[in-house]
Design a protein around this ligand. Sequence first.
Ligand SMILES: [Zn+2]
Length: 315
Amino acid sequence: MTDQIYVGVDLGGTTIKVGVCDSEGNLLHKYEGPTGVEFGQDHVIGKIAEYARAAVSETSYAWDQVVGVGAGIAGFLNIAEGIIVASVNLNLHNVPIKQRLEEMLGKPVKIDNDANVAALGEVWSGAGKGLSDVVCYTLGTGVGGGIVENGKLLHGFKGMAGEIGHLCVVPDVEAIQCNCGRVGCLETVSSATGIVRMATNAVERGEFTSLSLLDKIEAKDVFEAARGKDEVALRIVNRAAYYIGRSMATLAVITNPQRFIIGGGVSRAGEILFEPIRAAFNKYTPEPIKDGVDIVAATLGNDAGIVGAAGLNLK
Ligand SMILES: [Zn+2]
């Protein structure tokens, strides 16, 4: 039990989620409400402030005990100055959100991108608890990432460090175009979207697979078929995993983490995915660098974002 609390906000296009954490990163209380993007930026910022206060009011703590408020946001951010440069799904452009929320809440406010805060959450009180050097992958519609070095998020020149979904890993002859405009990014093969695309292509080529019986293929169907020893599905899962493991080998050489944490919807596939990831990582990482390093699943699930956002104000 501590007398200080931290407030974290996950600012989504539909819902604003708020978490209240103690100084150990334990999630004490959750609160959420509609974002109301259609009512414009003043409305959205007002709602963040309203929900943050409401969340704390439902705990046994007082607003005075809040150390700070953090927010995880998808989009292009100026993290140092706390400005949303452009967020398409929030329809927010050039919004000095830090300054505006600090005026409304009377507390320090910090922002960071959604994948970074998820990484921070896992390190504070999830699968990376107690560790200071960790790389997190978020495998969902895309591939996101966050790198924690010496207990701090790595930001880089413009705050874009850790965009590991755009590590260029697929050879040109097999590469397809990524949303970022280049070809061969990790995200094109190892996201749910990439897995579904590979499966759909295999079916369209007439390959012999149980996936051809489905009207619409989802990533979880591919993992299910792979578990049932469907060779086409296994090949696709192994390819997605291979490039994740290989990208980890690259990151290990650069950042030397102690642990890789994998979260996001795709990570729920479990060992059928993790085993070939570890195999590729072990194959491509030099012995002294891989020694003592493990690859594990995230444990906070959807709460990683609010917990990590709360953790932005840790000293
Ligand atoms: Zn890309």
